[in-house]
Design a protein around this ligand. Sequence first.
Ligand SMILES: N[C@@H](CCC(=O)N[C@@H](CS)C(=O)NCC(=O)O)C(=O)O
Length: 332
Amino acid sequence: MNMLVDGEWRTDTYQSTNDKGEFERSETSFRDSISSDPDARFQPESGRYHLYVCYACPWAHRTLLVRALKGLEDAITVDYVDPFRDEDGWQFTPEKEGCTEDSQYGNDYLRELYQKVDDEVTGRVTVPVLWDKKEETIVNNESREIMRMLDTEMEEVATRDVDLYPEGYQDEVDRVIDEIYEPINNGVYRTGFAKSQEAYDDAVDELFDALDHWDSVLANQRYLAGDQLTEADIAMFTTLVRFDQVYHTHFMCNKQFIHQFDNLWPYLRDLYQTPGVAETVNMDHIKEHYYTTHPDVTPTRIIAAGPDLDFEADHDREELPGGPPKALVAAD
Ligand SMILES: N[C@@H](CCC(=O)N[C@@H](CS)C(=O)NCC(=O)O)C(=O)O
């Protein structure tokens, strides 16, 4: 696979599986933070930060969702790369529907930003990227951390009073995000990129055990951390919304569809129908990306047709305690 090595783009270096055929995700390289601490280097300022994302990517999708729910659209600008990724990595193709140019520099490739920041950089060139226009550098490219910063450190520039890491829920939110990461968020990739039967069997079993567990939890509570919508739901949503149309078939996560689960399916529709969420879902980009970008998984690059899902159908979860933040409902 492709990555930057000492600042140079290489297409022959990155091994994504270990000798047991298990997928191993490499560590993210830029880990600074926006902080309202007076001494912090990256202060929360409107207009200062920019996101580079791909609509197709579940990790990038987390950051788009927090931006939308908190009303940070004017404060944080965004560019969208092409969902099709080949040997050259992520590209800017503004002529394509839903994609933009690199509004900051007019680059052709996302890797050029990484090289601009550090001409000796070694690492994968991934989305999301949180860019600082003032210092012209990458603040962070780890979605969980970007999600938290946008949620908790940008209050003064957010236009909506939405708190996705509410007091009293924080330990539970962190626990749930940790708990769903390996078997579910990363689990679909571990299943789909497995290079041995054993690695696949382990990953797919772990994935569906975890889905069964959360399906039963969601029988009695509206959201993953209780009665409030939190970052944990954002993290779960971006995997679930891709599941039936992509992970089930392309990644062979096919013991069951999400739309066959008693509670995960209404829960997914409930989240989808939360004001601001649906606009962040670009299913065409999602499908194009996965089916065409991993030729070792789907060599024909043919985009599978189904299934046809009605994310807008009634979910009937209003009967459970809690509901979307008032500021979101009022804005709708
Ligand atoms: N840990 C990172 C993972 C991001 C990531 O893997 N993004 C994928 C797209 S879904 C990517 O950009 N992959 C390009 C590559 O690995 O070369 C995060 O959560 O932000």
